[in-house]
Design a protein around this ligand. Structure first.
Ligand code: DC
Length: 232
């Protein structure tokens, strides 16, 4: 089977800090495809709920809020950014508070329904690399390339700690690991679209891999489907 790059859908799932976003962003860049960070969408909605104080149990208010919320992803020279109702929230959605807050928000059936529909609309024509927890299982079950990235929890915690530190947030490795393990548990045991590996996904353990290795392993899967793959 050979696939046109323009219609290709690459789904990258896995637990927190397994290397999904970095890998997905680089693959998209190298192939000239759109990149979609679905975790950022959940984080942006969580930030809005955090700021507005809407109760998750208040279905009418939540519905109204979702319908009037605009989350956009845009690129500048320094990377991928996200706006919430016009404000750049790229930093605000990555704080430890929002990492906690996003748990119950991403478990909510109404929030998931809304965001999954939105994600499907964005990827309707293909030509997309999306990362998250349910991309290969729920959002794009027909994706031609499905990858499940995983890594040892301690290594993931060290990666997340480094990321937080670079943004001026100091947390101990133990604290970060505890939060990551809790979030993984929550993501994998929730009722709606729990984190799980799609039956046809290829699992890549990134514990001992460099980012370059990860990208190369995903590109090798794409090469099997797209002959004469030209990289940017
Ligand atoms: O990838 P991330 O850490 O930015 O994701 C933030 C949260 O959103 C994470 O706890 C799980 C949730 N999420 C989800 O439920 N489904 C997705 N497709 C992406 C993220």
């Amino acid at each position: 089977m050979s696939v046109d790059l323009k219609s290709l859908v690459i789904a990258i799932d896995g637990p927190a800090s397994s290397g999904k976003s970095t890998t997905a962003r680089l693959i998209a860049q190298k192939l000239g495809l759109m990149y979609l960070d679905t975790g950022a969408m959940y984080r942006a909605v969580a930030l809005k709920i955090y700021r507005t104080g809407i109760e998750l149990t208040d279905k009418a208010a939540l519905q109204k809020m979702l319908e009037s919320t605009k989350v956009e992803q845009f690129c500048t020279d320094d990377g991928v950014h996200f706006s919430l109702d016009g404000d750049d929230v790229s930093e605000a959605i990555r704080t430890p508070d929002i990492s906690l807050w996003v748990g119950p928000v991403s478990e909510h059936g109404m929030v998931r329904e809304y965001l999954v529909e939105w994600q499907r609309a964005i990827g309707r024509n293909g030509g997309i690399v999306a990362d998250g927890r349910d991309i290969g299982t729920v959002v794009f079950p027909a994706a031609q390339v499905k990858v499940y990235l995983n890594a040892d929890a301690h290594v993931r915690a060290l990666r997340r700690q480094k990321e937080l530190f670079a943004r001026g947030i100091a947390q101990s490795a133990e604290e970060v690991e505890e939060a990551i393990v809790k979030r993984d548990h929550r993501d994998s045991t929730r009722e709606h679209s729990p984190l799980s590996k799609a039956a046809d996904a290829v699992e890549i353990d990134t514990t001992h891999l460099t980012v370059g290795d990860q990208v190369e392993q995903v590109l090798a899967l794409v090469r099997k489907l797209v002959p004469n793959l030209a990289l940017r």
